[in-house]
Design a protein around this ligand. Structure first.
Ligand code: CTP
Length: 210
């Protein structure tokens, strides 16, 4: 049985015991990909950040909260995978210090120091030694193709799935998506606006026939 690892959802970066930094990812696209893969007979490991979706049956669910936990979960499960799809909206920065007690307000301004998180997708080749098919996502508000191709190369992916997140009817927090797939071999394949389920199924067909 072929094996796929998919990351999905946002991460949550704690500031203090009651606050965190996160983003608007719903996890729906990653879950749709996991379901499509499961239904196509794949052995699926889904590394999921905190989402409001039901856990999938017939899939190995690995639940994580922070970017660091997601990195560790991928490092632990990546060996033996045939396909890795990094769909999660991982925080790029995390608070330098997590306060042990709830922060009290003081002056009119407050400053929060953030430090970079580790790039999970960008670690798959050189750090984790993954050599099979690697797919990333690029959520962009502008210059979609230029940024997507730059990410494809920088993170040594075989494919990048690019989508616009300009607050319209596809992308974050909605049930539909519209994706352009760019391959390292130079292909460009447009998947027109459709439900995330249908886009996931088409995407998987393309990635696995490649
Ligand atoms: N990603 C990841 N680990 C991170 C950050 C991103 O695995 N710490 C993955 C995402 O899952 C996605 C891809 O990298 O597949 C693109 O994420 P993005 O944050 O848009 O890319 P960056 O390289 O951080 O680019 P920029 O911030 O310049 O847009």
């Amino acid at each position: 049985m072929k094996k796929v690892l998919i990351t999905a959802g946002p991460t949550r970066e704690p500031i203090d015991p009651v606050r965190f930094l996160s983003n608007r990812s719903s996890g729906k696209m990653g879950y749709a990909l996991a379901e499509a893969a499961r239904d196509a007979g794949w052995d699926v490991t889904l590394v999921s950040g905190p989402v409001c979706l039901d856990p999938l049956t017939g899939v190995s669910m690995v639940n994580v909260t922070t970017a660091a936990e997601m990195y560790d979960a991928v490092a632990e499960h990546i060996s033996g995978m045939d396909l890795v799809i990094c769909c999660a909206a991982v925080a790029d920065y995390t608070p330098a210090v997590v306060e042990g007690q709830k922060l009290k307000k003081t002056g009119e301004e407050m400053k929060l120091t953030l430090v970079r998180t580790k790039d999970i997708l960008g670690s798959c080749r050189e750090v984790f030694g993954f050599q099979k098919t690697l797919v990333g996502f690029a959520a962009e508000t502008q210059d979609l193709e230029r940024y997507a191709r730059e990410k494809l190369e920088r993170k040594a992916c075989d494919w990048i799935a690019a989508n616009r997140v300009d607050g319209t009817s596809s992308g974050f927090e909605v049930d539909h998506n519209e994706i352009i797939l760019f391959s390292a071999a130079g292909e460009t394949i447009e998947l027109p606006r459709d439900t995330k389920q249908n886009v996931a199924q088409r995407m998987l067909d393309i990635l696995t026939n490649a």
